[in-house]
Design a protein around this ligand. Structure first.
Ligand code: ZN
Ligand code: ZN
Length: 494
């Protein structure tokens, strides 16, 4: 019966719909997808699934209304019966289809008599005879005395049952990660404690189905991240992967020559410590012998990254990230898309300096003509608008329009990690050309050297002199959303 079930989506003409519901999919009582926002027509999908295969149960509850675009249609079939025919829906229902297909594929692999499976349920009546549940309520399952109850995963028994850690350096970064916590485990009456000598502060909880421990860094930089990663491992000894999540400066194009836009997700495949080397009178030489670089990740992380970089998985990650960040922006206006408030995604030519552009207004900036000339202190702290940075000096790019502009793209490649903030377009481009890096940040080198690390960062500026913090909160949100999507691809071995 179950192996007959087919649920799929297909593209359709765009329509704009109000979403007033939230749905969660369970299989035999265990949540396998969601909760996700949805149109209230999703009760038809719920009923179709209940009739086609009662082990899949979709719970639908009301939520505050949001407006979404529908570009897909979803269908449900079992055997030769069509239970739902091309119902208008949102693209994230691909996640529901995948969850069902994964479940059925796993079941086929285990065999029909595998231990985790329940006894086969009696065949459901055709949809026309199925009881009609009232809208937005839990449906009675046909011919089953006890409908399975959705339940959240239980809290891990001990610190040794955590295998995913998240490290953040800035408040804006961990605020965004915390916004995606579905459950916090530690309460006034319960704590996992920590090992003697571990000075880290932690939050433990659940994001989606995965238990996570979030560690906070006392300071920015690689020394701090190395210390936090080392102590984390003292208390949580079974950690298999650390996600270093936050914001970074982005190279204007990635290693494949694709343009980068603010809010895009940058994922590390290697880390280069750019400020480790020798300063000679005629320049800086980075130490790049094998012993002095961090190079590749361990085989497990490399395999994981290979999977993420696959075309299908990357598309799935991008779609999920878009959904998650859209949901967060709806929940909390602090994460609103900055361009809506007039902070445009501007990339200036690398050699165009951020300074008082009117030479009469500042004598120091007036003398700044070459890349190494100083600018005044006031200019360093001022916005491009205040200084009069010219829009004629903006690089012309294929700007993503409409929804596409808010749809973060994933870029995979090498990260430049250093203890100083990169604020020079010319210097940035030299390192990009020489080291083939896609992003600049300050913590990766420390954690990468201690523990299996995947750096997931949102592009918040272009690492040039015009950089400001206008996109920081949004980029932190896309990074946290991207991390949630990436984490869902991680397979636990606990
Ligand atoms: Zn000045
Ligand atoms: Zn500027």
């Amino acid at each position: 019966m179950s192996n007959d079930l087919k649920v799929w989506i297909e593209p359709k003409r765009h329509s704009v719909e109000g979403h007033t519901a939230q749905c969660t999919l369970s299989f035999n009582g265990c949540i396998i997808w969601g909760p996700r926002h949805c149109h209230d027509n999703t009760i038809r999908l719920r009923d179709a699934l209940a009739a086609a295969d009662p082990r899949f149960q979709l719970t639908v509850v009301s939520k505050r209304k949001t407006i979404e675009g529908h570009t897909y249609a979803i269908s449900v079939m079992a055997g030769d019966r069509l239970y739902l025919d091309r119902m208008s829906t949102h693209g994230h229902m691909l996640g529901l289809c995948n969850a069902i297909n994964d479940c059925l594929a796993a079941e086929r692999k285990r065999g029909p008599r595998g231990a985790p499976n329940p006894a086969p349920a009696p065949a459901p009546p055709p949809p026309s005879q199925a009881p009609r549940p009232s809208p937005l309520q839990h449906p009675p399952t046909p011919n089953q005395p006890e409908p399975p109850q959705s339940k959240a995963p239980t809290r891990p028994n001990s610190r040794q049952n955590f295998e995913i850690a998240i490290i953040c350096a800035l408040k804006v970064e961990h605020d965004a990660v915390e916004a995606f916590l579905d459950e916090e485990f530690e309460t006034n009456d319960f704590s996992y404690g920590k090992a003697p000598g571990d000075h880290n502060a932690y939050t433990t909880g659940r994001i989606g189905q995965k238990p996570i421990v979030l560690a906070y860094m006392p300071n920015m930089g690689k020394v701090s991240s190395a210390m936090v990663a080392t102590q984390l491992y003292m208390s949580f000894t079974q950690i298999k992967v650390v996600f270093l999540v936050g914001v970074c400066g982005a190279a204007p194009t990635d290693s494949r020559g694709r343009e980068t836009f603010l809010g895009d997700i940058m994922i590390s495949t290697a880390v280069i410590q750019v400020d480790f080397g020798r300063q000679y009178s005629d320049g800086f030489v980075r130490k790049d012998t094998l012993e002095d670089t961090f190079g590749r990740a361990n085989p497990e992380i490399r395999s994981f990254l290979q999977k993420l970089e696959g075309k299908r998985t990357t598309k799935k990650l991008e779609d999920k990230t878009f959904d998650y960040v859209t949901e967060l922006c709806e929940r909390d206006v602090e994460y609103a898309y900055p361009a809506d408030a007039g902070d445009d995604d501007n990339l200036y030519y690398a050699d165009y300096r951020h300074k008082h552009q009117n030479s009469y207004s500042c004598s120091i900036c007036a003398k700044c003509s070459s890349p190494n000339d100083p600018v005044c202190e006031v200019a360093r702290e001022s916005s491009c608008t205040d200084l009069g940075c010219s829009t004629t000096q903006l690089v012309q790019r294929k700007i993503r329009e409409g929804t596409a502009a808010r749809h973060p793209i994933f870029h995979f490649g090498r990260f430049a990690s250093g203890d100083s903030v990169m604020k020079s377009g010319v210097h940035r481009d030299k390192i990009v050309v020489k080291e083939k890096v896609i992003a600049f940040e300050m913590e990766g080198a420390g954690s990468w050297d201690c523990i299996a690390t995947v750096i997931v960062k949102g592009a918040c500026d272009y690492a040039d002199s015009h950089k400001n913090k206008a996109w920081q909160r949004y980029a932190a949100a896309t990074a946290a959303a991207g991390m949630k999507a990436v984490m869902e691809e991680w397979r636990s071995c606990i």
